[in-house]
Structure formats: C-alpha cells, structure tokens
Design a protein around this ligand. Structure first.
Ligand code: APR
Length: 254
C-alpha cells in the first residue's frame, strides 16, 4: 500500500508504465533547484528586469549593451549551474525506454548535461553567439571571456542564439516539438508557468490527441484546471525522484 501522499506518484508511475511513449515539456522551474531563478514570480528575473526593456529583439536592436547587462547575469548563473535530480531523472526515464524526448524552453543545456539525448530546444540555447550583421557565429564561453558586451570581428555586438521575445521559434524545434506533442501518450509538464506562446500550446495539442497530462509544479498554472489530468504540487526534483523510485520498484532491473 502506498503511504499517505504517495498515491499521486503511484498514479503518475502507472500512467507512464502503462502508456510508455512519454514526452516532457520543461520550463525554468526545473532548473530552479540548480540555482537558476525562474522568470516569473517574486524571485524571478522579470521582477528585476522588465522583459520589454531587456528581453525583446527590438530592445536588443535599440540598446544591445543594456540587454547584455541582463544577459551577463544570466550567463554567470548558467556557468555555475549543474543538473539536479529532476534533470537526471528525466535522462534515466529516457534510458529506460519510457520517455522519448524532452522539449525544453530553457537555454541552460542542463538536460544534455544530465544525459538526455533527445532534447528539443524550443527557445534556442546560450552555447553560441551570433552576429546579426554578418551572421558569423562564436562559441559563447570563449567570446564572453574577451569582454561584455561581446563583439563580432565586424564590430557589431553579438546576440546569444536564444529566442528573445518577438523572434520566431527555430523552425526545426517547432516542427519536432509539434510532432512529439502530437504523438505522445503521456506529457510531463514540469516547471513552466505556461504563459508564453507558442510553447504553452504544446500541452493542449497533446491533450487533443488523447495524451494524459501530468503537471509537476508547486503552483497552479492556466493548464492546471483546463488541461492537466494529474497535478503533482511539488518541486521538480522531489516529484521526478519519487516517480522514478515507484517505477523502479515495479520494473525488473535491466
Ligand atoms: N519545481 C517545479 N516547478 C517550479 C519550481 C520547482 N522547483 N520552482 C518554480 N516552479 C514553477 C513556478 O511555479 C512557475 O510556474 O516553474 C514555473 C516557472 O515559470 P516561468 O518563470 O514563467 O518560466 P517558463 O514557463 O519556463 O517561462 C517561459 O518565458 O521569459 C520567457 O523565454 C523565457 O523560456 C522562458 C519563457
């Protein structure tokens, strides 16, 4: 018999084991326990920086140095962060043949660092910098060490290869994410406020196709009452760890 409060992890594990074919959609909340603050909420980046002034492509064209004052803080946080048990747990689920892919809105590379192989980066990543004038690309780390804001050899200030507000989603990522969302039987939605389109449409797409939606988030979101089948109101590392423990108890060791 599951202990008090354990029932919800049993239900999630059951759904994953009976249906397999799961996909995860992750947001900033999954990396909070790795020391990277989320965007929204009282501790969030957007409390300190108005996204309209610091995170739009228009703001970057208008005043790239100002945008870099926010980006440099983000780059510092990313450089210090390492995967937490939620990232590692998703990589384990992939190795066990239960999870097919991760669609992430995060640009921190922590899913790959944890060992996930199929990661769709919906909002790009912070690995490379790109010149919006001559389209030369640079590895971020080395270029940033030369100074902030980093500059192209043509003189222009470089932009990280992540999606700012007002920029399109990379075509391949959008296409792959839609096809994963369309064909999965379980969607694990972890640590996203589901307020930013088009990423927040993904759970609705999966739901329309008959997928079971498990949401892991200590808070409610616009999805919780409309789309979610099972809301695990816990932080990501605890919830993913408990689900994995439950799965491991019933699966024979490989
Ligand atoms: N575990 C799980 N969820 C958490 C945790 C945690 N430890 N900590 C916070 N959360 C939840 C919050 O309750 C919130 O619902 O994670 C969510 C984070 O929401 P946002 O900060 O809005 O992040 P996200 O949904 O990823 O934002 C989407 O907005 O600003 C843009 O481009 C940026 O990709 C980002 C997009």
């Amino acid at each position: 018999m599951p202990g008090p409060g354990e029932q919800i992890f049993e239900e999630a594990a059951d759904a994953l084991l009976s249906r397999r074919n799961a996909v995860a959609l992750t947001g900033a909340g999954i990396s909070v326990e790795s020391g990277i603050p989320a965007f929204r909420g009282t501790q969030g980046m957007w409390e300190k920086y108005d996204p309209m002034e610091y995170a739009t492509i228009d703001a970057f064209f208008r005043d790239p140095e100002k945008v870099w004052s926010m980006l440099s803080e983000m780059v510092d946080l990313l450089a210090r962060a390492s995967p937490n048990p939620a990232h590692v747990g998703l990589a384990d689920l992939e190795r066990m043949g239960i999870l097919r892919s991760v669609i992430t809105q995060n640009v921190d590379g922590l899913h790959q660092a944890a060992g996930s192989r199929k990661v769709i980066e919906f909002h790009g990543n912070a690995e490379e910098l790109v010149c919006l004038s001559c389209w030369t690309r640079y590895p971020s780390r080395a270029k940033i060490l030369e100074g902030i804001p980093p500059r192209c050899s043509c003189g222009r200030i470089l932009k990280p290869d992540l999606v700012l507000f007002g920029e399109p989603i990379p075509w391949t990522a959008q296409d792959e994410a839609e096809s994963e969302a369309d064909s999965c039987a379980v969607l694990l939605v972890i640590g996203t406020s589901a307020q930013v389109t088009p990423a927040c449409e993904i759970p609705r797409l999966s739901k329309r196709r008959g997928a079971f939606i498990i949401e892991i988030n200590p808070e409610e979101t616009p999805l919780t009452r409309m789309v979610t089948d099972l809301h695990i109101r816990k932080v990501a590392s605890l919830a993913v760890t408990r689900i994995l423990e439950t799965i491991r108890r019933v699966l024979p060791p490989s």
